[in-house]
Design a protein around this ligand. Structure first.
Ligand code: SIN
Ligand code: FE2
Length: 217
């Protein structure tokens, strides 16, 4: 089902594509803000550069990561966790730009999740060939709070599965400017990203950037 709507208040055109109960794709939701987002990201990444973290099992992730906000998601030989400190710099993560939080809150509200106040923004950068295997986002305290996921740059195939890893996953193509929101009954669904195919984007070259907003505490 595709629902087209014109958001008069925001003066922008976006398309909603429900995935299942509690999950929705907002097509083109951040397109008008692309320049502002990329400029703010440059600033954040100058303070906490992207790096390829190591999983608890000892594998280096193909996706390069950083964070902004009070909490940052990290992984190392000790496990997955949220940390207030960037382990590379020894400093707090860069602040989350106010308009990032506002965009995430607006996206969440479109999906019916009111007053979402993210305190973590994971920044994922995919090169061609990078992928993310199926996982649940479950290191957060309050599962009534949704996940808001912003896609920028070259396209990717998002996998949106069920409550068990072996459940068949939907394939959802995501393009520059799209936002996926999942929460409620869908909050703990497995999800991942297939290996990104060769492509080029006018602003990001051969890269895809994903911003994942969460309320950790
Ligand atoms: C994630 O689950 O952290 C990333 C999802 C994406 O890159 O679209
Ligand atoms: Fe995730």
């Amino acid at each position: 089902m595709t629902l087209s709507l014109f958001d008069a208040e925001e003066n922008k055109r976006t398309w909603q594509e429900p995935l299942c109960d509690g999950a929705l794709v907002l097509r083109g939701f951040v397109l008008d803000d692309e320049t502002k987002i990329l400029a703010a990201l440059e600033d954040v990444l100058a303070q906490s550069p992207l790096r390829n973290m190591v999983t608890p099992g000892g594998f280096r992730m193909s996706v390069a990561m950083s964070n902004c906000g009070t909490y940052g998601w990290v992984t190392d030989r000790g496990g997955y966790r949220y940390d207030r400190m960037d382990p590379e710099s020894g400093n707090a993560w860069p602040a989350m730009p106010d308009f990032f939080a506002k965009l995430a809150q607006e996206a969440a509200a479109q999906a019916g999740f009111k007053n979402f106040e993210p305190d973590a923004c994971l920044i994922n950068r995919y090169e061609v060939g990078a992928r993310m295997s199926l996982h649940q986002d479950k290191n957060e305290c309050d599962f009534t709070q949704p996940i808001v996921s912003v896609s920028l740059g070259i396209p990717a195939m998002f996998l949106f599965g069920g409550m068990r890893r072996e459940d068949k996953a939907m394939r959802v193509p995501l393009a520059h400017g799209d936002v996926v929101v999942w929460g409620g009954a869908a909050r703990l669904r497995y999800h991942g990203v297939l290996a990104v195919k060769t492509a080029s984007h006018p602003l990001l070259g051969q890269h895809r950037i994903n911003l994942t907003f969460r309320k950790v505490n």
